[in-house]
Design a protein around this ligand. Sequence first.
Ligand code: NAD
Length: 449
Amino acid sequence: MTCRISVLGVGYLGATHAACMAELGHEVMGVDTDPAKLSKLAAGEVPFYEPELSEILQKNISAGRLTFTSSYDDAAAFADVHFIAVGTPQKTGELAADLTYVDSVIDNLVPRLRKPTTIFGKSTVPVGTAERLGIKARELAEHGHIPEVAWNPEFLREGYAVKDTLQPDRLVVGVDKNTPGRAIEVAKRVYSQLIKDGVPFVETDLATAELVKTSANAFLATKISFINAMAEICEVSGADVTELADAIGYDTRIGRRFLNAGIGFGGGCLPKDIRAFMARAGELGVDQALTFLREVDNINMRRRTGTVDKVRTLLGGSLVGAKIAVLGAAFKPESDDVRDSPALNIAGQAQLQGATVTVYDPKAMENSRRIYPTLIYASSVEKACEQADAIMVLTEWREFNELEPSKISKLVRKKIIVDGRNCLDAENWIDHGWYYYGPGRSLSGPIDA
Ligand code: NAD
């Protein structure tokens, strides 16, 4: 059955959700405060890089199922179901999440509602937020139509956002058990196709739904930092972390995924989400429960400084005057998102230590330039590598995995390659006379390369 849906906030999450809900046959209105983003989306142009998204965006705009607006009046009049998809960034100078945008959606939307509605939060929020917003909504409702606030956390991965929205591992919907309403029934209507396809539908209370998201992120961050800690041990003991990960990954209790040692996690979610989680635990008086996440964060940040230290050592103890090619700027491949990107952080640190750093990324050049305007940007791998004293592969784009060492050899001043994601064929580079460094691996090659 078709629903009339508004998606409030059409960034990475919201634009994908809006297009995918239209793809499921619903009538959807995307709402944002950023006029530039809205006009691009309305013209069928995705304002960021996300595979498969522009096709379904254009298709559903043409079919008349998907529109965009800055008007909360229009959204309130149009939709019966609202999804909150605004950002929840880290507060400046604090670990906690900034909930200003989420609150502002409730403040702007609720007084305009003139019919029974359900508001589903999708943004990642600290536990307790949904209940507070529900109380606020009841206070702000002006026309006798108190909206029900439920939480439907989002687990999509950038780079796979469309697939993850249309074929998610699970749907989680949390409702206020004290004031039972229709949210579960509404969610089942919105996601009826997915439920028919066999996607598990998990019904919880509000707090559990919020915690499902933050604890999933905490677990994934811990897994990454665990293998990166093992990489540190491997490096000093001569072991190989990729073989170790393969071997422990065969144990189905452990699993191989998210066990790739490298320069660590970044992006617009994991780092700020684990910090907000720690801050919230502190507010709830159980900070000790999440003290381990501080170490997870420390291990992760150490990968960035450690990688710069490594390249400095390889270049004789100083980066002053060194020419470094950085391949990759996005926080992960198949995305142009550079929010808290380890790659750009490392590039920036190397530059601050005196290196001339030239960056190339297949999709994230524009975003990188905006936040790191002082780095040099090259239009191709080859241009970035010209006369380089060291190459650092910091995002595992396929284009980089497939580089031919023999071709790159002709461009550089020194044959030193730092494989920050352990994504290259190490033996191949070493066979071509390169000094190879991958975090946690004992491989090397000639140091006078
Ligand atoms: P984003 O910054 O790309 O998008 C947020 C959008 O909200 C922006 O376009 C902004 O202009 C808009 N906005 C701000 N205030 C608004 C308001 N009052 N009304 C309407 N629009 C408003 O952020 P994102 O990456 O899409 O993340 C959004 C939320 O989803 C965050 O809580 C994030 O943690 C969570 N999340 C993101 C992902 C992801 O992969 N990006 C995955 C799962 C969960």
